[in-house]
Design a protein around this ligand. Sequence first.
Ligand SMILES: *Cc1c(COP(=O)(O)O)cnc(C)c1O
Length: 222
Amino acid sequence: MISENLHKVLSTIKPGVRLVAVSKFHPVEALQEAYDAGQRIFGESHVQEMVEKEAQLPKDIEWHFIGHLQTNKVKYMAPFVSLIHAVDSLKLMREIDKQAARCGRVINCLLQIHIAKEETKFGYSPDELNQMLQEGEWKELKNVRICGLMCMATNTDDESQIEEEFKYAHNIYEEIKKTYFTDDESFKELSMGMSGDYMIAQRCGSTMIRVGTMIFGERIYA
Ligand SMILES: *Cc1c(COP(=O)(O)O)cnc(C)c1O
């Protein structure tokens, strides 16, 4: 079942777009099934859950943290996390830098931008993002590698609105890349698109989609 779902999703992905299988709230057996079907990138949004799963599953999995991350929890994932998607403050970046240095690592991060018309979503507004990048402190954080941007569209059935938001995100991505990361080949990811909207996201220049429900089914929140 999971393997079929996975292949179904993979068959609809554009070349060059990577799939993060969002496995939050699903048991390790479900992840193992996706792993056995070839999936290697998994996305989790709770630190302790990701840490526990990491300990039980094969070591060649790339663990992506896609949730809102609290500063005091960075240390638990620093030894192994391969990409943190939703970085939304300098304070958090400083902590990631510190914990990465302790582990002798450079941790890949995406900056979360707020594009949705909903107020509950985290992330930088485009102005805040520009300001933070202009101020330049991030350049001194040698153990943080900024690899691109991440965003979520409004949770709506209005596809034209979603498309508009994703296009807007792509414009910001291009602008930020041109302004601050011209000679930086690491800055190349735009993480956007979930089960309900990843086809739209792909049309708008997403390089990484985060799909949970379409692969693992509905989540059961205990
Ligand atoms: C849960 C989650 C997803 C996956 O959502 P689905 O609708 O199940 O595909 C993607 N991105 C983030 C940030 C999430 O928290």
